[in-house]
Design a protein around this ligand. Sequence first.
Ligand SMILES: [Zn+2]
Ligand SMILES: [Zn+2]
Length: 112
Amino acid sequence: MNAAAATHQHTNCLRCGRTLRNPSPDGYGPKCRTKVRKAPVDLADYKAHQVASARELIEDGAIIPLRSVVFIAVSTDGTETYKTAPTACSCPAGVKGSRCYHQLAARMLLAA
Ligand SMILES: [Zn+2]
Ligand SMILES: [Zn+2]
């Protein structure tokens, strides 16, 4: 877990907005967490390490909904944040037009 996520206290579920009754490291209630993990996303375009990084980002609570399809993603070292959507991202890879794992995480969350 990265430092930025560890210090972030979630009081409401990031997906449905309901009050979290138990501490939640990723910011999801139990039902929403299950849905996010089983999100039907086509992973064929992504490498295994990108899929793992996207899942880790979600499980660290390091990708937070901003508005409609836009999310804020925290960089691995916790020092920067990126604006991420399913097909665009403001991270160094994303601005070059590469498919980054932030975009994948956004797709997973939207498909959940
Ligand atoms: Zn929820
Ligand atoms: Zn990115």
